[in-house]
Design a protein around this ligand. Structure first.
Ligand code: FAD
Length: 448
């Protein structure tokens, strides 16, 4: 059995490791066009802020370590240029030697991920305009900061990554302005919840401009100004673009692999594509939304790792299923943890649900215990059935236990619980951790 994997970050390595574990005799080879494999994209903001001091610390496996530990071959700096479906071959280019060769496969996994969107605006080719997707992108930002000691940055895009980057740059004593084209930051939150984060950023001295797009970058050689639709001229020493990503589907498309309506590769729950013996996983594929049943493209490392594991199983003929996503995500924005799952109020209404919501503030733990503070929970509930459709939780990143609270609500949504049933959960309580009636329970009572 010969398995070829294209792409060696989260989904590709997860699939290769799983397949090799299931069938140690299988020949598995990963082709990755980058020099790094198996790194934590999610850790890149912390490498830029220097909270993670060593580049090597965000690289989970080097190609050599992966081969030694997991038994799959890794060919870094090798790009797969073509998939020949009829002969079950790939054309691979050794990027160092600039040489191509053909290779047979029995099963093929496409784990080509996603790439940053860079809009073709005037001046976008100027120096000191960065984006952040892989370790080399992060290296460029880290090196730039080290050499130039910049004072002012513009971050374009107020999504998770833009805001995580904002924190990273503040940690490096750089003034940051965030420009977001939408009317609010964090567009996958309801605006009342996103406003909590907006206020926090303002308290941290960040100027956040919403409802304004970028029209041009100005400068001689380096970017010096960012111009906006409303006529603002924002002086800066550098820019980081974080306006989103697009799935890397060109190779799949060229081979006749079917795409879904989101534009990402369409797969079934076994990660099989429309072409036999070709599987796909990670940021290049779309998933099913567990509540609406609609195809969605929500590219996240959590999903990529799980889908990779399922692909590894099914390529080896072992049962495996990736059921879908709720769009659960958590992010640290300065001192806040910001988490969401399921549908926002606006999304639920757009899906045709009649919904009610509750927003409550609750103590993180007993008031007499040190580091007491409050977090905010929003529950979105279907009006007639009382079933929870979505939740958002925001609170202090160190002490509010936002992660456990969102995960309780994820579990509740998975089990189609009603808001009124949250109070029945036998949640853990002791003064340093919680209060007897946790905020998630109270949010359920209020929404009922
Ligand atoms: P990718 O990581 O995109 O890897 C695909 C690989 O395929 C690439 O290395 C590419 O070079 C290679 N490739 C593409 N085409 C070819 C070809 N033709 N031949 C050879 N190789 C090819 N997710 C979370 O869940 N939580 C977080 O907190 C989080 N934070 C993030 C922060 C940042 C700054 C970034 C950038 C991402 C973050 N993510 C987070 C998202 C997460 O990193 C991605 O979802 C994850 O990396 C996807 O893994 P993947 O293997 O599907 O794709």
């Amino acid at each position: 059995m010969k398995i070829v994997v294209i792409g060696g970050v989260a989904a590709g390595t997860s699939a290769a490791a799983r397949a090799k574990r299931l069938n140690p005799d299988a020949e598995i080879i990963i082709f990755e066009r980058d020099s790094d494999i198996s790194y934590s994209g999610c850790g890149l903001p912390y490498y830029i802020s220097n909270i993670v001091e060593e580049r090597d610390d965000i690289i989970i496996y080097t190609p050599e370590r992966f081969e030694a530990k997991k038994g799959a071959k890794v060919k870094a700096q090798h790009s797969v240029e073509d998939i020949l479906v009829d002969s079950k071959e790939v054309i691979v280019k050794d990027l160092l030697k600039n040489k191509e060769k053909k290779l047979k496969y029995d099963k093929l996994l496409i784990a080509t991920g996603a790439s940053s969107i860079i809009p073709p605006l005037p001046g976008v080719e100027l120096d000191n305009i960065f984006s952040l997707r892989n370790v080399h992108d992060a290296d460029k930002i880290v090196d730039f900061i080290e050499v130039n000691n910049p004072k002012k940055a513009v971050v374009i895009g107020g999504g998770y990554i833009g805001l995580e980057l904002t924190e990273s740059l503040l940690e490096q004593n750089i003034d940051v302005r965030v420009v977001e084209k939408a009317e609010q930051i964090l567009t996958n939150f309801d605006s009342d919840m996103a406003d909590i984060v907006l206020e926090h950023l303002k308290e941290k001295g960040v100027e956040v401009i919403t409802g304004d797009g970028i029209t041009e970058f100005k400068g001689e050689e380096n970017v010096e100004q960012v111009l906006t639709e409303s006529g603002k001229e924002l002086d800066c020493d550098f820019v980081v673009m974080s306006i989103g990503v697009k799935p890397n589907v060109e190779l799949a498309q060229k081979a006749g692999v079917g795409l879904g309506e989101t534009g990402a590769i369409k797969v079934n729950s076994r990660m099989e594509t429309s072409v036999s013996d070709i599987y796909a996983a990670g940021d290049c594929v779309e998933s099913t939304h567990l509540l609406t049943g609609n195809p969605v493209w929500i590219p996240l490392g959590s999903t990529a790792n799980k889908q990779g594991r399922v692909a590894g199983s099914t390529m080896m003929g072992v049962e495996g299923e990736f059921k879908g996503v709720l769009g659960t995500a958590i992010s640290k924005v300065c001192d806040l943890a910001v988490a969401r799952t399921g549908l926002t109020f606006a999304e639920a209404e757009a899906e045709g649900y009649e919904v009610v919501s509750s927003v409550i503030k609750s103590g993180n733990h007993s008031g007499y215990y040190p580091n007491y503070n409050k977090f905010t929970v929003k529950l979105i509930v279907e009006k007639d059935s009382g079933i929870i459709l979505g939740a958002q939780v925001i609170g202090d990143a160190k002490f509010a236990g936002v992660d456990k609270r969102i995960d309780i609500l994820v579990t509740a949504i998975h089990n189609q619980m009603k808001a009124s049933e949250l109070i029945d959960l036998d949640l853990a309580y002791a003064p340093p951790f919680s209060i007897p009636k946790d905020g998630v329970m109270v949010a359920g009572i209020v929404a009922d």
